[in-house]
Design a protein around this ligand. Structure first.
Ligand code: ADP
Length: 455
């Protein structure tokens, strides 16, 4: 078998590029052990977790505004989550069927050498020759080992398709302080679970701008225990655990809980055989790529979580398309990914989002900035939902008044950040943002309102 391009993994980093290549007549080989398109994002990550989040938000919003308790039926919420996943699996199957030149297997791909791969399915192994390879094998939860760590679940167990976890615990301990830990605590608090975060160090959301974290945390009111590394988990009985951790003064403390979630980061998933190819990895084990998605081997590209650049589905899709274009240009790049213009959102309730260069970074880079803010107290949708906490900040380069970054905490931040990301990517100025008539009533209006403040 001879293929133009082999795509390893059918997540956001894989199938969009495969589709683009097939559209231009390339013969593409693609495989994924799930036998479905969408990767971990659809199978156990962003889509199912945000389905649960949306349901939680609806319950919360309605119960707050109507001032009446709404009984949470988690079984139904999980069933709806499965339905959304199924709907998207079917949609992707339909999309895949439109491309005759993609051969898709349920299985894993092993790299034999940069021009030969082996597809391993349940019952056979197929060797194929390939001109190019796109490695899009993603990432998986990192699970630190300590006594009793086997009792922990990960977010994959909460959200995977048809997960057996359909009953809410009364109490949940979340180990970790990254965005998955914060989102899960926020969502499950709303669903009526008492959550506690055990954080090893003295801060959460490392890598996020301090002022975003300092705006978000007081709104979320989470129970966060800092400087609390977990030492051991003991099983008391079915659905009851004792989580023993060390407190700041070195004393041992413990919490009794019904469920322990590990949210301690992710690690790359590398295809078998990669060690024999000479592909360069960084010290965390991610594949090293440039902005054109090229590895150090001229015919091998790596997109999505596996390169550790921006571990989000939408970033993976952007990278996948760039790899496809650069392969079509015969490996001589025509498309570069601007990571800075890729928005990031913490899907807590309310959400927090940012894009571009943050004020502290601008300072480090020696860029003089002008800031404009808008308080959610005065925002019309926030008033309708009676969720008036948070703010928007626009960051302009002084002089040119070009938007170089923005962050927002509050209602609909995940939507506004797209418009703001477009503005950062295309270098729009305060004047251009201010002269746009955003739909009324919509939260987006505050972008123009804030921009007008610096003119
Ligand atoms: P990304 O967003 O970067 O595409 P995901 O983790 O969502 O990342 O998807 C990666 C997909 O790659 C997963 O569905 C995973 O099962 C699949 N995968 C991992 N290793 C291999 C492999 N060796 N061959 C084929 N598919 C793989």
């Amino acid at each position: 078998m001879k293929y133009d391009v082999t795509v390893i993994g059918a997540g956001g980093g894989g199938y969009p590029g495969a589709f683009r290549l097939a559209k231009s007549g390339y013969n593409v080989l693609m495989a994924d052990p799930k036998g479905e398109l969408g990767g971990n994002c659809l199978y156990s990550g962003c889509v199912p977790s945000k389905t649960v989040r949306e349901m939680a938000q609806l319950i919360w919003r309605t119960s707050r505004v109507l001032k009446q308790e709404i009984k949470v039926n988690f079984e139904r919420i999980q069933a709806h989550k499965d339905f959304v996943q199924e709907t998207r699996f079917k949609q992707h199957k339909r999309e895949l069927s439109e491309y005759n030149s993609i051969t898709f297997y349920k299985g894993v791909i092993k790299i034999k050498d940069p021009n030969h791969v082996i597809v391993k399915t349940e019952d056979k192994e197929i060797e194929a020759e390939t001109r190019y390879i796109i490695i899009a094998s993603g990432s998986e939860p990192f699970k630190p080992q300590f006594p009793g760590s086997e009792y922990c679940i990960t977010s994959d167990d909460l959200y995977s398709y048809k997960t057996p976890l359909r009953k809410l615990p009364q109490d949940m301990v979340i180990i970790g302080g990254g965005y998955i830990a914060i989102e899960t605590a926020s969502i499950f608090n709303i669903l009526g679970v008492k959550t506690h975060l055990l954080v090893r160090g003295d801060r959460v959301l490392r890598g996020f701008e301090d002022e975003i974290v300092n705006t978000l945390l007081p709104i979320l009111k989470l129970d966060i225990i800092y400087n609390a590394p977990v030492l051991e988990i003991k099983k008391i009985k079915e659905d009851e655990f004792e989580v023993i951790y060390s407190s700041k003064d070195g004393a041992k403390k413990s919490i009794r809980t019904n469920l322990v979630l590990l949210a301690t980061g992710r690690k790359p998933v590398l295809p078998e055989g990669i060690e024999n190819t000479g592909i360069a990895l960084d010290k965390r084990g991610y594949i090293v790529v440039d902005n054109a998605m090229r590895t150090n081997l001229p015919n091998v590209f790596a997109t999505g979580d596996v390169n550790g650049k921006a571990p989000y589905f939408h970033a993976a899709v952007r990278m996948s398309i760039a790899a496809a274009y650069n392969i079509m240009a015969n490996g001589s790049p025509i498309d570069y990914v601007d990571y800075k213009s890729i928005p990031v959102t913490i899907y807590s309730v309310p959400s927090a989002s940012y894009v571009g260069i943050m004020p502290s970074e601008a300072k480090r880079m020696g860029i003089e900035i002008m800031e404009a803010t808008y308080n959610m107290e005065d925002e019309v949708m926030a008033q309708m939902y009676d969720e008036r906490e948070g703010m928007l900040k626009l960051i302009f380069e002084k002089g040119s008044l070009r938007l170089i970054g923005a962050w927002m905490v509050g209602v609909h931040s995940q939507y506004l950040i797209n418009e703001l990301g477009q503005a950062v990517l295309h270098g729009l100025t305060a004047k251009q943002l201010a002269s746009f008539a955003d739909q009324h009533p919509s939260t987006n209006e505050i972008i123009a309102y804030a921009a007008r403040k610096v003119l």
